[in-house]
Design a protein around this ligand. Structure first.
Ligand SMILES: O=C(O)C1=C[C@@H](OP(=O)(O)O)[C@@H](O)[C@H](O)C1
Ligand SMILES: C=C(OP(=O)(O)O)C(=O)O
Length: 449
């Protein structure tokens, strides 16, 4: 089944060397937050470089449903916000499509306002756990009524008299952390989130940029984030950096395609996001950072990736998992071409993404001649070394953009290529993936047969 009705079968196969520049779209995490915080400020926020993927467009539509005006003006997106505490009650069900980030952050936003909203999504999102956000939102005084197991569709009745909350996140999740912080905006007093492992910190950075009082302290308990409630957020001008999670695909494609040399300019290298690139370099990838600089408070560089025939399998430190959580699928595709096993422990969260990503990748890799072992929170890919991967299998993308793109990258270096049953989910995060890869010389195409 497809994310938007019609399945789009795709194929990829070995091509000549990849070369040129890959201008990937804006960061998905930062794009969601820019629209949400724009809506929570009074006045006009202008955003350039916004990712125009379906996940982010759905968040924009949700902000409209709560009373914001959101429109495109030339290259920029403009949000005319309603301010903290100024949400209107939506008249329709909010459809967040495929986006865990969208629905979880927006539930946080509305949970401390005296309104009711009902949320739904596609078959993937409606299977994902929501108790991880509705549990802490209940501490503010919100109530949630969903399907068994805390699944969407779900109605949230916002708190009439919200109280601030102190919450230690039980799972390493920036979505949970952000939902609590966003709920804390409309509660009087200080809301505190404690996370044992650092997860992406875009909410903390952007809240500060919009004028909220946010402090972060490292302690033996972990990172303690304190937010002062009921601030007046000031509209901002935001330039969204390009997405490292999207950059991962052309980078990995270049590493495994003979003779390649690809430049991926202007990539955000916030340390809470850059774990894949560190890992690839440890495996022996010819991947360099050029023109390193700071932009809008975030480290940015141009990535240069060249064909790397001598990759070695490694053990990925579990403490790095949060900083590359969305990149394990494409890492496992690259690991198939390395010498020896790549062991990836501490990654239970992969089982509750758009698909069970350990299972989706393991089954797809096995269908292409790669041995994979797995446990609940770990997996190991047995690399066959460059030139020894046959491929030729068909894989299921399971409504998961990253599974589809990871296998299309894999097929570029597998002797008989690969077929993906449905590439339509790619539009959620990387709508220009197909022309961008073709522009580099990659044989990625729709399978019209
Ligand atoms: O906060 C965010 O923008 C995101 C957090 C991560 O999810 P979790 O918080 O579930 O780890 C990540 O997988 C997702 O793509 C984006
Ligand atoms: C996990 C992802 O997104 P989300 O949780 O927002 O659906 C992702 O983009 O890989």
């Amino acid at each position: 089944m497809s994310a938007h009705g019609r399945a789009i079968p795709m194929i990829s196969k070995p091509s000549g060397p990849l070369s040129g520049e890959a201008h990937v779209p804006g960061d998905k995490s930062i794009s969601h937050r820019a629209l949400i915080l724009g809506a929570l400020s009074v006045g006009e926020t202008r955003v350039t470089g916004l990712l125009e993927g379906q996940d982010v467009l759905d968040t924009g539509a949700a902000m409209r449903a709560f009373g914001a005006e959101v429109w495109k003006d030339g290259d920029a997106w403009v949000v005319h916000g309603f301010g903290v505490g100024g949400l209107a009650e939506p008249e329709q069900v909010i459809d967040c499509g495929n986006s865990g980030t969208g629905v979880r952050l927006i539930m946080g936003v509305m949970a401390t306002s005296p309104i009711t909203a009902t949320f739904t999504g596609d078959a993937s999102l409606n299977g994902r756990p929501m108790a991880r956000v509705t549990d802490p939102l209940a501490l503010f005084g919100a109530r949630a009524y969903g399907r068994a197991g805390g699944r969407l569709p779900m109605t949230i009745v916002g708190a009439q008299m919200p109280v601030p909350v102190r919450y230690a996140t039980p799972v390493p999740s920036a979505q949970v952390k952000s939902a609590v912080l966003l709920a804390g905006l409309n509660a009087p007093g200080e809301t505190v989130v404690i996370e044992r492992e650092a997860t992406r910190d875009h909410s903390e950075r952007m809240l500060t940029g919009f004028g909220a009082d946010v402090s972060v302290e490292d302690s033996p308990e972990g990172r303690i984030i304190t937010l002062k409630g009921q601030p007046e957020l000031r509209p901002q001008t935001i330039a969204v950096p390009r997405d490292p999670s999207s950059a991962a695909f052309p980078v990995c494609a270049a590493l495994i395609t003979e003779g390649s040399d690809v430049l991926v300019p202007n990539i955000g290298l916030n340390p809470t996001r850059a774990g894949l690139f560190t890992t690839l370099r440890e495996m022996g990838a010819d991947l360099t950072y050029e023109n390193e600089r700071q932009e809008g408070g975030e480290p940015v560089a141009d990535l240069r990736a060249r064909f790397s025939p001598d990759l070695k399998g490694i053990e990925v430190p579990p403490g790095r998992a949060a900083s590359m959580i969305d990149e394990y699928p494409v890492l496992s595709a690259v690991a198939a071409f390395a010498e020896g096993p790549t062991y990836m422990p501490g990654v239970k969260e992969l089982r509750v993404k758009e698909s069970d990503r350990i299972d989706a990748m393991a089954q797809g890799l096995r269908a292409n001649g790669i041995e994979v072992e797995e446990g609940e929170d770990w997996w190991r890919v047995q690399g066959r070394g460059f030139g020894n991967v046959t491929g030729g299998g068909t894989v299921e993308s399971r409504l998961d953009h990253r599974i589809a793109m990871s296998f299309l990258v894999f097929g570029l270096a597998a002797r008989d290529g690969v077929r993906v049953d449905d590439g339509s989910p790619i539009a959620t995060s990387f709508p220009i993936f197909e022309p961008l890869m073709q522009g580099l010389g990659a044989a990625v195409a729709r399978d019209e047969a």
